[in-house]
Design a protein around this ligand. Structure first.
Ligand SMILES: [Ca+2]
Ligand SMILES: [Ca+2]
Ligand SMILES: [Ca+2]
Ligand SMILES: [Ca+2]
Length: 268
């Protein structure tokens, strides 16, 4: 991996002739990356140099083949050629890249610890240690020890039972780091799927302990509300009276109910 303008010397061609038959010039096959610099020095020895003109990228082309020609004056013109293979060694110039910037997954509430959540995957275009990836949580804020991540494989599993009623979704940031310290990042948006694991609650806000026998039908005896922590259908509550009594439930707004007289109270 050479930076632009780097030069490196080539062994001078050796020509036994002297005078007009001695070495005249050098040529290099066309390359957008390399050019030839040959200085004719006073001592008659010249040391051609290969000059890097354009940055090399091993990930694009890992080796370059150049044909180097030495041309000798005289009649006929004599030439000698040699091949130069330039091998581009790797530099760690690529960070790990995840297969997705954002992964969306869901996990059922109350899944047992050890339940598979997701396997993230990052790749790195470099080679060797510069492409060896380890995974870690970018931050544990908000997730604590709820999940475990295999640093080598990128596999994520649950570690604690997940309670939808505590949090219905998690955003988890994962970092991939190569052996040279370059990093990439992705996000996991984990939605928790509700399970019906809460019984409805009934809370009375007012109750009359007694009622006169001539109370009008529709007299309110009690006010109460119902509540269920579960989501959607799992949290829908219906109220009914099991016994055969002269009362009925009237629904008012939003889970609020009235217990009212349904006719003349019957004395037992
Ligand atoms: Ca590289
Ligand atoms: Ca890399
Ligand atoms: Ca729960
Ligand atoms: Ca639930």
């Amino acid at each position: 991996y050479w930076i632009n303008g780097t030069r490196f010397g080539l062994e001078s061609a050796i020509d036994a002739d002297v005078g007009p038959n001695s070495l005249q010039s050098y040529q290099l096959s066309y390359s957008e990356h390399f050019s030839l610099m040959a200085e004719y020095k006073a001592e008659g020895k010249n040391a051609p140099e290969l000059v890097l003109e354009k940055p090399l990228d091993r990930e694009q082309q890992s080796s370059h083949l150049l044909i180097f020609t030495a041309v000798e004056g005289g009649d006929p013109v004599q030439t000698g050629t040699t091949q130069i293979r330039v091998k581009v060694t790797d530099a760690n110039d690529n960070p790990p890249v995840f297969s997705q910037d954002v992964y969306k997954v869901s996990l059922r509430e109350n899944s047992p610890p050890g339940t598979f959540v997701l396997k993230v995957k990052a790749t790195d275009q470099d080679e060797g240690i510069s492409a060896e990836i380890t995974y870690s949580f970018k931050t544990l804020r908000g997730i604590g020890n709820m999940f475990v991540l295999d640093h080598q494989s990128g596999e994520i599993k649950s570690n604690d039972p997940i309670d939808f009623e505590i949090s219905s979704s998690y955003t988890i940031s994962i970092e991939a780091k190569d052996g040279g310290g370059m990093t990439g990042e992705c996000k996991i948006i984990l939605d928790i799927v509700d399970e019906n694991d809460n019984a409805p609650e009934v809370v009375f806000t007012s109750v009359s302990s007694s009622i006169t026998e001539d109370a009008e039908p529709g007299t309110v005896i009690a006010l109460f509300k119902t509540h269920d922590k579960d989501l959607g259908e799992n949290g829908e509550v219906t109220c009914l009276i099991k016994e055969k009594v002269p009362f009925r439930i009237e629904s008012s707004a939003n889970n609020y109910y009235k217990l009212v007289t349904d006719g003349s109270p019957q004395l037992q």
